[in-house]
Design a binder for this molecule. Structure first.
Ligand SMILES: Nc1nc2c(ncn2[C@@H]2O[C@H](COP(=O)(O)OP(=O)(O)OP(=O)(O)O)[C@@H](O)[C@H]2O)c(=O)[nH]1
Ligand SMILES: [Ca+2]
Length: 592
């Protein structure tokens, strides 16, 4: 500190030490005082000052960096944020809504199909039942939307995507009728409050994504799908011309292997799916056999590519095939394996004796067939399992003579030899459960169960199962024969083959519903697209841990260090070092 009357003269001592304090000599100008106390005030050590400055800047930078990490993780949907997605399955017998909750961890979606993270509701009948009155579909759709709104926090509706994907039931309608019903769907979902685009309501006709090599110009639906998909994650070699509905099979294969933990692993260790729906049946599995491109699907998941055979056999779902049986009895086409009765009635071997078939056949036989059956005569239930199985085989082999491949399985369609393990779902599961079949030898046991059921009097069957709808109970005779004829007589599955099991859930009780597979692929693709474009993916790649852990492992030590430094800086006594020329030594004293 300099007094007003003093004159300061700067004298620097030759620097022969590493420490090089700048020294000021302050001489009092007042002659009177004999001993001018000469102080050399070493300015606080410049290094000390510099380190203070550095510490302060470093602390600020670190805190800002940490805050950036927090912000980035929060904005990229750090661990804590639950997200939602809605998929509506427009099936032939009913419309089912699925509400999914999921988290993002290390830029990847984490799926849990249970508890608050999954809910579904199915309403009957299916969308295709509104062919004559498309507007009639709006009430059921609104009810499904309300169900979803009850499970997604209101604040999240606007960012929750809702998609409707219709399957075989709608595929069977004229395109103009499909569009009328989809128009009603788009209006209801567009005003639902969820995130929706018109192209997200569609009849799934086979395109999830197309690898660059085979991208084809196609309708808006596919182009919009491509826009949403990260093609690196999810590519498909698809021949636009012929893929009919195999999305459904691929999605079902995805959820099954996700549930079994084999999705993303060795293709040989994956499990095939054979589904028996109402209007269509799907067969999807990893096949090493060369196959025509219209059946070949390449689905990439993670860094593994799966070369799949996948096809949806329209009209070969259980309910559709059953109607074909009645049609063949009425038209007595050459394939019908069953002769009419002596009175000229249509003998139905797939209906237990005593069942009155006229109502159900009038309800399901469309157009001229219904008229003809009314005119010609009525049906007679003759309950005979082996005749029913032969009639089922005739239906499955219809069109075989038009086969244009090296061999055909169902109709005139190519199917490679089944490879590996399979899960048989939907009606395979429901009918096995109804007959109380165990996993072991279920297919051969299906024969004996069907023989007993079809051969029983209807009145006795009604007494055994009074709660079931008559139509549902009746179907079990045809179903037991159709299942054996499809898997064994047509696809060549040995009757005692342990590789084929029936199920409608797998893994952690995850429903084997293709809509879950669609959600998994869609979310995986859009999340990885988001992660690679966000500024955090290098974190996850570098640390390979989730954002929460990142926060703990990096954030907390940084904060602790900064706090300790700031406290120590604040607590550290400010020292003043004075060099007393007369005494020839430094004097350190505390400022505060
Ligand atoms: N026995 C029985 N059959 C069922 C049950 N639930 C569904 N099904 C039948 O299982 C088949 C497939 O079920 P879903 O996929 O839900 O039916 P869907 O989607 O309307 O039919 P598709 O459009 O062909 O897939 C249909 O034939 C249904 O009638 C059930 O609880 N019991
Ligand atoms: Ca279905």
């Amino acid at each position: 500190m300099r007094r007003s009357h003093t004159r300061a003269r700067v004298k620097t001592k030759p620097d022969n030490s590493t420490m090089d304090p700048v020294k000021f000599q302050i001489r009092s100008s007042n002659r009177s005082s004999s001993s001018s106390s000469i102080y050399t005030l070493t300015k606080s050590n410049s290094k000390h000052a510099k380190s203070n400055l550095f510490l302060t800047v470093a602390s600020i930078a670190t805190v800002l960096g940490f805050l950036f990490v927090c912000y980035s993780i929060a904005s990229s949907g750090g661990r804590g944020s639950l997200r939602y997605s809605v998929v509506i399955d427009g099936g032939s017998t009913g419309t089912r809504i699925h509400v999914f909750g999921y988290r993002i961890e290390s830029g990847k979606p984490v799926f849990e199909f249970r508890g608050a993270n999954y809910a579904s509701l199915k309403l009957h009948p299916g969308l295709s039942a509104y062919a004559e009155d498309p507007e009639g579909a709006s009430a059921a759709l609104r009810e499904l939307v309300e169900f979803a709104k009850g499970r997604v926090p209101r604040g999240m509706w606007v960012e929750t995507e809702v998609r409707l994907m219709a399957t075989a039931g709608m595929r069977l309608l004229e395109v103009s009728v499909q569009e009328k019903i989809l128009g009603v769907v788009r209006r209801v979902l567009g005003s639902s409050g969820f995130l929706f685009r018109d192209e997200w309501a569609s009849v799934i006709s086979g395109f999830i994504g197309v690898s660059r090599r085979t991208r084809r110009s196609d309708d808006g639906v596919r182009r919009s799908f491509l826009r949403q998909r990260n093609e690196q994650e999810l590519t498909q070699n698809v021949d636009a011309a012929a893929a009919a509905g195999s999305d459904e099979g691929v999605y079902a294969w995805v959820v099954a292997n996700f549930a079994l933990g084999s999705l993303g692993g060795d293709p040989i260790k994956t499990t095939g799916i054979v589904e028996l729906g109402g209007a269509s049946a799907q067969v999807t599995f990893v096949s090493s056999e060369p196959m025509p491109s219209e059946f070949s699907r390449t689905v990439s998941f993670g860094n593994v590519s799966y070369s799949l055979y996948s096809h949806s056999f329209l009209h070969f779902g259980q309910n559709a095939a059953h109607e074909k049986l009645w049609g063949s009895l009425v038209s007595r086409d050459r394939n019908s394996a069953v002769e009419p009765t002596l009175e000229g009635k249509h003998a139905d071997p797939c209906a237990p004796k005593g069942y009155n078939l006229d109502t159900i056949t009038q309800k399901h036989l469309s157009g001229f067939l219904a008229e003809e059956s009314k005119l010609a005569s009525s049906f007679q239930a003759v309950g005979n399992y082996s005749l029913c199985r032969s009639a089922a085989l005739s239906i499955l082999q219809e069109g075989n003579d038009k086969c244009s491949y090296k061999h055909c399985s169902i109709g005139s369609t190519f199917t490679p030899k089944l490879q590996g393990r399979f899960l048989a779902t939907e009606n395979f599961f429901y009918t096995s459960k109804f007959f109380g079949l165990g996993e072991k030898s279920w297919l051969s046991n299906m024969i004996s169960a069907g023989e007993r059921f079809c051969g029983e009097d209807w009145s006795k069957l009604r007494v055994k199962d009074p709660s079931l709808e008559e139509e549902d109970l009746l179907r079990y005779c045809f179903s037991s024969a159709y299942i054996v004829s499809l898997l064994h007589d047509t696809l060549g599955v040995p009757l005692d083959d342990e590789r084929v099991g029936f199920a409608n859930q797998a893994g952690d009780d995850i429903p084997l519903d293709w809509a879950l597979g669609a959600f998994i692929l869609q979310t995986e693709a859009s999340t990885s697209q988001h992660a690679s474009s966000s500024h955090l993916h290098w974190f996850y790649a570098l640390f390979g841990i989730d954002s929460q852990t990142l926060l703990y492992f990096i954030g907390v030590p940084i904060l602790m260090t900064v706090l300790v430094c700031l406290i120590s800086k604040w607590r550290k006594p400010q020292l003043k070092t004075i060099y007393d020329l007369e005494k020839g030594r430094y004097i350190v004293s505390r400022i505060r």
